[in-house]
Design a protein. Structure first.
Lengths: 108, 108
DNA sequence: CAAACTTATCGTATATTTGCGATAAACAAT
DNA sequence: ATTGTTTATCGCAAATATACGATAAGTTTG
């Protein structure tokens, strides 16, 4: 990334990171799968999606780097699940973001 | 975009579109500005951000294309504001998304 | 009409993303 | 030890995104 906290607020950068992680349908689908199944293996995800294993692995890597999910090794597989701390943080950032609108004031 | 609704659910594609629109700090900052000020002119946005006018215009275009904001011509300026319908739609998509997690069940 | 003002678009350079096949790495089972 | 299973990484091609200066397009004002 080219920008720094000198350019933008730390919260804005963090929220943009989460948003970027969710900016592809495959990653949305992956996270929804994890959120609904509690946990699952990479292989199960590959079966659900219309893309190759290598590509799924790449999307998983990005989601891990965003902090939204984590993977624990359970030889010979890897079990993926939501990362609770960052999940909550993201939830809050987005919740505040949407409600910040003057529209939200009108609705209430 | 290369993918279709054959590959992913329409909601996932739509949510990814909104997320993509918010995947850059500059665009987050712009939308926050619009949400807080109710409406404002392009020029005011340019003054707030650490990027050139041409770049701001490009970000505004992307936000418009995502449907999150709209611009009405008020010669010689252009007044930008949140697009209420899509804002609400995005708000709902994200709200459902975050709450879908098993974590949300635990919290309640 | 000319000059000033506001915003969009063009052209271009660079960086990042997406997708895949091929292959490696790590471990289990035989 | 060899084989099979599972996931990550490499290397590559194509597409998209980011940023900016220069310039155009539209409108107002002098």
């Amino acid at each position: 990334m080219a920008y720094t906290s000198t350019d933008y607020k730390e919260d804005e950068i963090q929220m943009a990171r989460f948003a970027k992680a969710l900016s592809h349908p495959a990653r949305i689908a992956i996270v929804k799968l994890l959120a609904s199944m509690d946990t699952c293996f990479c292989g199960e995800i590959v079966e659900e999606l219309p893309i190759a294993q290598a590509t799924v692995s790449q999307h998983l890597k990005e989601l891990k780097e965003s902090g939204l999910i984590q993977g624990c090794i359970e030889p010979p597989k890897i079990r993926y699940c939501i990362e609770p701390e960052n999940w909550k943080k993201a939830q809050q950032l987005f919740s505040n973001f949407w409600q910040q609108s003057y529209l939200s004031q009108i609705e209430k």
